[in-house]
Ligand binder design. Sequence first.
Ligand code: DNO
Length: 359
Amino acid sequence: MPMQMGFRWYGENNDNITLSDIRQIPGVSTIVWALHDKLPGEVWEPEEIKSVQEQIERYGFNMDVVESVNVHDDIKIGLPSRQKYIDNYIQTIRNLAPFGVKVICYNFMPIFDWTRSDLFHPVGDGSTALFYQKDMIQDDPKSMAAYVMAFTEKYHMSFPGWEPERMAKLDELFEAYKDVTKEKLWENLRYFLERLMPVCRECDIKMAIHPDDPPWDIFGLPRLLVDDAGIDRFLHMVDDPYNCLTLCSGSLNANPANHVAELVRKYSDRIAFAHIRNVKHFENGDFREASHRDADGDTGILEILKAYHDCGFEGYIRPDHGRHLWGEKPGTVRPGYGLYDRALGIMYMLGAWEMMDKF
Ligand code: DNO
């Protein structure tokens, strides 16, 4: 079986892109989906999942990949109340299984998910892209959160991991995380996964952790999945074929010292889901997201695709963030998740892949 191409979709009334739009991109078989109105820790109910299934299957897609079932902070912090949230997570896994879900993408980043300082940064050719200005993301989490929340309010869209309900309690969250050292966070991750693994085996669902984006500590909060050593530790810590990776090339490559193609070759048997994103580095440590074409960034997209191909990768893959093109602007598009650049990315990836298949 070849690798399976996916496209992230935020759901009906939550995404300007429709399933009918996605249907017109050649080669897509999987909708990468989630119940975006669920807060971390809530159970996903079968009837809620079923209504998404009806929408997705009507267009001939499968719903094999969920991105994400987010993890409640109490699990990451290691509070006694984590037991309830782990039970809820397990119930969600059980509820997803009958719908054919095979992979759950999630992350274990404290407080914030992916972090950027500019969501619509001019690229120079008329398009815009996500941008990270290193000196703006040092010691002022509140202004960072205020920037994202202002966007959220103005355009009536919330981002997973940046739920307004959580951001409103930022002081409390920082206080709750204050004793969570890197080692404690590792321990809490291990505790969580060890409880999930028997259920994952029973349900045939892989847990695929997303690396930390960017791959370094921010605002004094520890981050774990940042490099080869972190990935190696993670996979050995819970050495189970259902404990897998979402290998996100762009997240990892924001640190130019990470060599993603080598990581693919080393860990291919534990990669359930591949995110392909290109990144352009600047000398001062800033970075901007780029088109998928190899030459447009510094991530080594072709080398990474070659590594997946050589390893006989049969998992799921999706274009990750793209630029905003052809009239896509704040209010009409989710930052990083426009239609056009991701569709171009798919064609680029499929072109490279089919060339390797045939010749
Ligand atoms: C950003 C995404 C992440 C990812 C989560 C997975 O666009 O790659 O937000 O979905 O970290 O839990």
